[in-house]
Design a protein around this ligand. Structure first.
Ligand code: KIV
Ligand code: ZN
Length: 506
């Protein structure tokens, strides 16, 4: 069986999704999970693009043991040098050079000739090759380019040392049969193609990213670039979990394998959703909340008699927790620790103690603690690390008479307790006004949403917000059974991210 190389670009193209910025610690956490998931290549970032990205790539490169760590670079000497600087401590580094290849990009954006593109591609691949042997090259917008020119570019870069040639459908324009033919054309027409792996990188503007990637694989591509939950620029990239599970489930057709530990898929999806603040739609294939739920009586009857009647995959195979065991007030540390392990968490002692305290506090308010509650607790406790401002207490008066009023007490970065009060149009507005008086960072709230983690009136409420300051968007999340407290936590979380980003940039 041939192997399909899974190249994950959640931390690069995925993070390019509007509003999806991750901080360095979050990137590192996702990279660790990607390695557990078994991805072959982690595209950790675009080192030249910002000091934060450079640092994240460097930290990921230093820590990953199995996965190749890749850094993106334009066909520019300073990009390639920066990529190498960030990657040089990796056990298995890869430099990924890209340059536009379609006439529409070459003429209107780069204002260059095809000859200049060939020359730049060759020279920059050769420059990268001096640093490391593992070089990937992408002719950007390949699906809208002249195929004969793509053949020429690929031949040139392979000659210069590229070991992977990636065919991007940059704007998600391709249709499966056509994209498959492009791959076949490359195999037939590029003289030295046997010296490189053919990769594909599909965007989802027409909802065809996974279909295009799979057709390319059927026609000979052996690396697929994808992201967890399909996040990415505009409509996103091909979804990793859909590609992997299609190859596994239809091995009768593909006769291919991947090195993905599919039982880590659900955990990876939850983590990426949590840290980027992009919820997973309920009907999302493989990882959506309804992906394995059967509503119709006929379907339920069939699944009870034999799951295969209406289930083409076993939910356990993608790591969806099988047990519906519910914890409660009387559950102790041992039961909590075991449940965490079953859900795939391995917390250090400090995080465990904080999470257990939060669990006990929740169990006092809520009778049944489910897996989703536990996931929410762990996310909340892990989020509280390295905060400049900490929420100590809030008190709110509201109702249909009088003006909503909030008093807020915070611990500031110097460790001092500070407090203030404010009026607002509603309780959340009042809380945010009071926080603004203490933190004093001008910003605009651009998104605010509340959702309950589980059914029931006593459920935990999760608040997701996005704030914008000086053209940059920051995400904040908070969870509590009291949604005003959750809203305050989300706001503090977003402000802390903003302050941390400014600090690291300074
Ligand atoms: O979509 C694209 O073309 C890219 C390249 C950098 C590979 O992301
Ligand atoms: Zn892309």
């Amino acid at each position: 069986m041939d192997k399909i190389i899974i190249f994950d670009t959640t931390l690069r193209d995925g993070e390019q999704a509007a509003g999806g910025t991750l901080n360095i610690q979050e990137k590192l956490e996702i990279a660790r999970q990607l390695e557990k998931l078994g991805v072959d290549v982690i595209e950790a970032g675009f080192p030249v693009s910002s000091p934060g990205d450079f640092k994240a790539v460097k930290l990921i490169a230093a820590e990953m043991k199995e996965s190749v760590v890749c850094g993106l670079a334009r066909a520019h000497p300073k990009d390639i040098d920066a990529a190498w600087e960030a990657l040089k401590c990796a056990r298995r580094p890869r430099i990924h050079v890209f340059l536009s290849a379609s006439d529409i990009h070459i003429l209107h954006q780069l204002k260059k000739s095809r000859e200049q593109i060939l020359e730049m591609s060759r020279d920059m691949v050769a420059r990268a090759k001096k640093y490391t042997s593992d070089i990937e090259f992408s002719p950007m917008d390949a699906s809208r380019a002249n195929p004969e020119f793509i053949y020429q570019v690929l031949e040139t870069v392979i000659e210069a040392g590229a070991t992977t040639v990636n065919i991007p459908d940059t704007v998600g324009y391709a249709i499966p049969a056509e994209f498959g033919s492009l791959i076949e054309g490359i195999i037939i027409n590029v003289r030295n193609i046997d010296k490189a792996v053919i990769s594909v990188h599909c965007h989802n503007d027409l909802g065809l990213a996974v279909a295009n990637s799979l057709e390319a694989v059927r026609r000979g591509a052996r690396q697929v670039e994808c992201t967890v939950n399909g996040i990415g620029e505009r409509a996103g990239n091909a979804s990793m979990e859909e590609i992997v599970m299609a190859i596994n489930t239809r091995s009768d057709l593909f006769n291919l394998k991947t090195s993905i530990n599919t039982r880590q898929i659900y955990k990876s999806s939850r983590m990426v959703s949590e840290l980027t603040g992009f919820p997973v739609q309920p009907n999302k294939a493989i990882v959506g909340a309804n992906a394995f739920r059967h509503q119709s009586g006929i379907h339920q009857d069939g699944v009870i008699k034999m799951p295969a009647t209406y289930e083409i995959m076993d939910p356990k195979s993608v790591g969806i927790p099988a047990s519906s065991l519910v914890l409660g007030k009387s559950s102790g540390r041992h039961a909590f620790r075991e449940r965490l392990a079953e859900l795939g968490y391995s917390l250090n002692e400090e995080d465990f103690v904080r999470s257990f305290e939060a669990f006990k506090e929740l169990a006092d308010k809520k009778k049944k603690i489910t897996d989703r509650d536990i996931e929410s607790i762990v996310a909340e406790e892990m989020r509280n690390i390295e905060e400049d401002y900490k929420l100590k207490r809030i008190q709110v008066t509201c109702g249909d008479r009088g003006i909503p009023t909030a008093a807020v007490r915070l611990i500031n970065p110097e460790g001092k307790t500070v407090e203030d009060a404010a009026l607002g149009t509603g309780p959340v507005d009042a809380v945010y006004m009071a926080i603004n008086r203490l933190v004093k960072v001008p910003n605009n709230l651009t998104e605010f949403s509340v959702k309950s983690v589980t059914d029931g009136i006593d459920a935990i409420g999760e608040v997701l917000i996005r704030i914008e300051s000086e053209g940059v968007t920051y995400t904040g999340r908070g969870a509590d059974t009291d949604i005003i407290v959750a809203s305050a936590r989300a706001y503090i979380n977003a402000l802390n991210r903003l302050l941390a980003t400014r600090k690291s940039a300074a």
